[in-house]
Design a protein around this ligand. Structure first.
Ligand code: CUA
Length: 316
C-alpha cells in the first residue's frame, strides 16, 4: 500500500483506520458544505436586501413552516448519523477479538517496555505480526504518572495509568515501521517519549521471536529460570554476583552464610530465609543495609521464587 496519508491524516495502516477516517471525513465535509452554504447565503442576502433608499421600510417577515421544519430535521438527522456511526466505531475500538495476541505494555518516565507471551521483552519498540489482532494491556510503572499510548497510523489512543490496567487493540494490515507517541504531557521528557511499531509478516515475526529470546520457561531448569528472573526483575541493580557491594548484599557466597541483622539477631541463610527475603524483604535487615529499599516480589510464582533461590545457591 503506497499510502502516505493526506493533509489531515497520516497513512492508514490498521483495520479500524478506514472506519475512523470515513467518519472524520464525513464530519469534515458536512462542516465544510454547511460553512460554505451559510456564508454564501449571508453574502447573497446582504446584497439582495441592502438598503436602497433612506425611506426603505421592509415588509414584516412571514413564517415559513417548510423552512422551520427543515432546519430542525436536517441537523437532527446529521447529529444522529454522526452519533450512531461514532458509537459503532467506538464499540469496535473497545471490543478486542477473543483470539487477539496479547502483549503487556508498561509506560514509565520516559519510555515504553513490552513483554510478549513467549517471554521476549523490548524497550521503546513494539513488534507485532501483521494481519492478526493484537491487544496491548497497558499500565504505568508503580508510582509513575499518567501517559498515553498513541499509534497515529493505526488510529488508536489509550490513556495509561499507574496501578490500573487499560487496553487497546488493533490489527495492522501492512508490514512496516510505524510511530508510537506518548500523547499526554507527562514531564520534561514527554517529547522524547517516542517509540516504534515494527509490523512483521507472521513467519518473520516468529523468527524474530525465536531470536529475541522467546523461551519456554517451563523447559528451563530452575537455575536457568532463576537467572532469567534475576535479570528480569532488576535484582542485579542491587545484588551483585561477584562480591561487590550494592544497595543490597551480594549474592556471592550468600547461601548458608551467617547473617547478622540490624536488630542484633542472626541466622543462617537457608532456603526459608532467602524465600522470606524475596517475598517480605523488610522482615530481616542485614546489618549495614537499610529497610524500605527493596520492593516485595510476592507476585512471583512459586516456581519462580524457588528458581531464584536455586540460582542464589549456585553463587558460591
Ligand atoms: Cu509520557 Cu508524555
Amino acid at each position: 500500500m503506497n499510502d502516505s496519508g493526506t493533509f489531515w491524516l497520516p497513512e492508514a495502516a490498521s483495520t479500524v483506520a478506514a472506519e475512523v477516517d470515513g467518519l472524520f471525513y464525513f464530519v469534515y465535509w458536512a462542516s465544510a458544505i454547511i460553512f460554505v452554504g451559510v456564508v454564501a447565503a449571508m453574502i447573497y442576502f446582504a446584497y439582495k436586501y441592502r438598503r436602497r433608499d433612506p425611506n426603505d421600510r421592509p415588509e414584516p417577515v412571514k413564517e415559513s413552516r417548510l423552512l422551520e421544519i427543515s432546519w430542525i430535521v436536517v441537523p437532527t438527522i446529521l447529529v444522529l448519523l454522526v452519533f450512531t456511526w461514532g458509537f459503532q466505531t467506538f464499540v469496535t475500538l473497545q471490543t478486542a477479538p477473543p483470539n487477539a495476541y496479547e502483549i503487556q505494555g508498561q509506560a514509565y518516565s520516559y519510555g515504553w517496555s513490552f513483554e510478549y507471551p513467549e517471554g521476549a521483552q523490548t524497550t521503546d519498540e513494539l513488534y507485532i505480526p501483521a494481519d492478526r489482532p493484537v491487544q496491548v494491556r497497558l499500565s504505568s510503572r508503580e508510582g509513575d504518572v499518567l501517559h498515553s499510548f498513541f499509534l497515529p497510523q493505526f488510529r488508536v489512543k489509550q490513556d495509561v495509568l499507574p496501578n490500573r490496567y487499560t487496553s487497546v487493540w488493533f490489527e495492522a494490515n501492512e508490514p512496516g515501521t510505524y510511530e508510537l507517541f506518548c500523547t499526554e504531557y507527562c514531564g520534561t521528557g514527554h517529547s522524547q517519549m517516542l517509540g516504534e511499531v515494527n509490523v512483521l509478516p507472521q513467519d518473520e515475526f516468529d523468527e524474530w521471536m525465536e531470536e529475541a529470546g522467546g523461551v519456554d520457561e517451563d523447559e528451563l531448569s530452575l537455575v536457568e529460570l532463576g537467572e532469567v528472573q534475576y535479570e528480569r526483575n532488576g535484582c542485579q541493580g542491587c545484588h551483585s554476583l561477584d562480591g561487590s557491594d550494592g544497595a543490597g548484599p551480594t549474592f556471592q557466597g550468600l547461601y548458608e552464610s551467617n547473617r547478622d541483622f540490624a536488630d542484633a539477631s542472626s541466622t543462617e541463610a537457608d532456603e526459608n530465609y532467602l524465600r522470606e527475603s524475596i517475598v517480605e524483604p523488610d522482615a530481616k535487615i542485614v546489618e549495614g543495609y537499610r529497610s524500605g529499599i527493596m520492593p516485595s516480589f510476592a507476585q512471583l510464582s512459586e516456581r519462580e521464587v524457588t528458581a531464584l533461590i536455586e540460582f542464589i545457591k549456585e553463587q558460591d
